[in-house]
Design a protein around this ligand. Structure first.
Ligand code: SF4
Ligand code: SF4
Length: 456
């Protein structure tokens, strides 16, 4: 027999056992702090820098091809078309650098440096800016009129921008001041003027109709990149091992190339811009979760690790990459040495042997020579000619030193007159010496002076 107190305790316990247990309260994680910089901000800062470099390069002669004058400018050196060897090696160096960069960093060139991508994104944002502003400010207008007004404003701005971009682009091939003169005189007759007009039209059509479609239809670099990548190439990659994706699709909506990075990291359209990383970071960061999309070194590779050695952070993740970087460095040094050893003033000497020698009225023996002087520098040069190892010789050249303006080539023909001497041979070796004032250099050109046998 249970006491009343004991009976009450059992009743209470049985009542408690019949109430289902409350589920544990889920504590929503605190939002993550926003990143210090987004990839979008980094890209836009680099884009601004690239535009400044793109505009400034043709005016600085750091890299430009002057088609009318057949010159190639690289790092301040003016290369003439007959110096094809150096031009070829410069081109090969640039090509090799692009290939190596693609192998290590994937399509970072497309998303961070390519002018086509920079101006396509700019034209898209200008168009949407006008649409937003006109919809807001002129909200009472009918939709068709607002659409017309925003399109008209966009086309006017793009028209002016196309003239400017075409001018800068054509300046890489025609001297900028010459091109500006043609532009101001609305020159549509000469090759330079017609080229400028055609490039303006193409630029306008490109940034109104083609934009990023150019990258997937015309540009071969995307296809080339697909062949260059390997297991350690930088990629944008989606990884969701815990099923954390909330299917918000912000990463898809933000993508200018119109793809879903969740399908595959190897889509031809993906330019590895990282905008989808920012989008996912923004959405999941509010829910206290890390982004599911990352920059990674290869599909199975790690994301950027803070504790990784510096050369891994730079992408030098295997021996192949180290060797490629060393080759580029050696190539670059070799090219620099070749450019710095290159002579600004080029002198060529040749004898003219229409007649072997002649004897003038004073009895001196004369031989005829021709010199060609090319000033490939940016300042005028004076070249003085003397003889070395030729007794009592006189150079009968009216203007000695010969003055050669910057970029000019001159030719001179002259006699060298010599008093006969008894030991003279039929062929007498001597040097024609050329001294250039700008380079402060002296060159000896080995030549022969022909005389009557025995000097008689
Ligand atoms: S998928 Fe991401 S990285 Fe690739 S192009 Fe689109 S936004 Fe850029
Ligand atoms: S933004 Fe992130 S969470 Fe949203 S759909 Fe894309 S991967 Fe999923």
């Amino acid at each position: 027999m249970l006491s009343p107190t004991r009976r009450r305790v059992i009743t209470i316990n049985m009542a408690a056992a019949s109430v289902p247990p409350k589920p544990p309260i889920k504590v929503r994680p605190a939002p993550l702090p926003p990143p210090r910089f987004t990839y979008h901000q980094i890209r836009k800062a680099i884009h601004l820098l690239c535009v400044l470099v793109f505009v400034a390069l043709p005016f600085t002669n750091l890299m430009r091809v002057d088609i009318p004058n057949q010159r190639f400018y690289f790092l301040g050196s003016e290369l003439w078309i007959n110096e094809f060897g150096i031009i070829f090696f410069v081109m090969m160096f640039l090509l090799f650098a692009i290939v190596a960069t693609s192998m290590i960093y994937g399509r970072m060139y497309c998303s961070y440096l390519c002018p086509q991508m920079i101006f396509s994104e700019w034209s898209l944002s200008v168009q949407s800016w006008f649409t937003r502003k006109i919809n807001k400010k002129l909200s009472t207008w009918p939709t068709a009129r607002k659409k017309f007004a925003s399109s008209a404003a966009f086309y006017v701005v793009l028209g002016v921008a196309s003239v400017f971009l075409a001018f800068v682009f054509t300046s890489y091939f025609v001297e900028p001041r010459d091109l500006l003169r043609r532009l101001m005189s609305l020159d549509l007759h000469t090759a330079g003027g017609i080229t400028g007009a055609v490039v303006t039209l193409l630029t306008f059509l490109d940034f109104t109709l083609l934009r990023q479609r150019f990258c997937t239809t015309v540009c071969p670099y995307g296809y080339l990149q697909g062949m260059l990548g390997d297991d350690n190439t930088l990629l944008v990659h989606y990884r969701d091992e815990k099923g954390a994706c909330i299917e918000c699709k912000k990463c898809v909506r933000i993508c200018h190339m119109g793809i879903d990075i969740r399908q595959s990291p190897y889509q031809m359209e993906c330019i590895h811009c990282g905008e989808c990383i920012d989008a996912c970071q923004d959405v999941l960061g509010r829910l206290g979760q890390p982004t599911l999309i990352h920059y990674v070194w290869g599909e199975k590779g790690n994301t950027f690790e803070a504790q990784a050695p510096w050369y891994h952070k730079l992408g030098l993740r295997d021996a192949k990459r180290v060797v490629i970087m060393l080759i580029i460095l050696f190539y670059g040094f070799g090219l620099y040495a070749a450019l710095s050893m290159r002579r600004e003033v080029l002198v060529q000497v040749a004898p003219v042997r229409n007649e072997l020698y002649k004897i003038d009225s004073t009895g001196r023996v004369r031989n005829h020579f021709r010199v060609k002087i090319a000033n490939r520098g940016g300042r005028p040069a004076n070249v003085r000619f003397d003889t070395n190892r030729l007794t009592n010789a006189q150079i009968l050249l009216e203007d000695n030193p010969v003055r050669v303006a910057a970029g000019e080539t001159v030719e001179r023909e002259f006699d060298i007159a010599v008093e006969r001497w008894p030991e003279a041979q039929l062929v007498n070796h001597f040097a024609l010496r050329a001294t250039t004032d700008t380079e402060k250099k002296t060159d000896d050109f080995e030549q022969t002076f022909l005389m009557p046998q025995g000097g008689k």
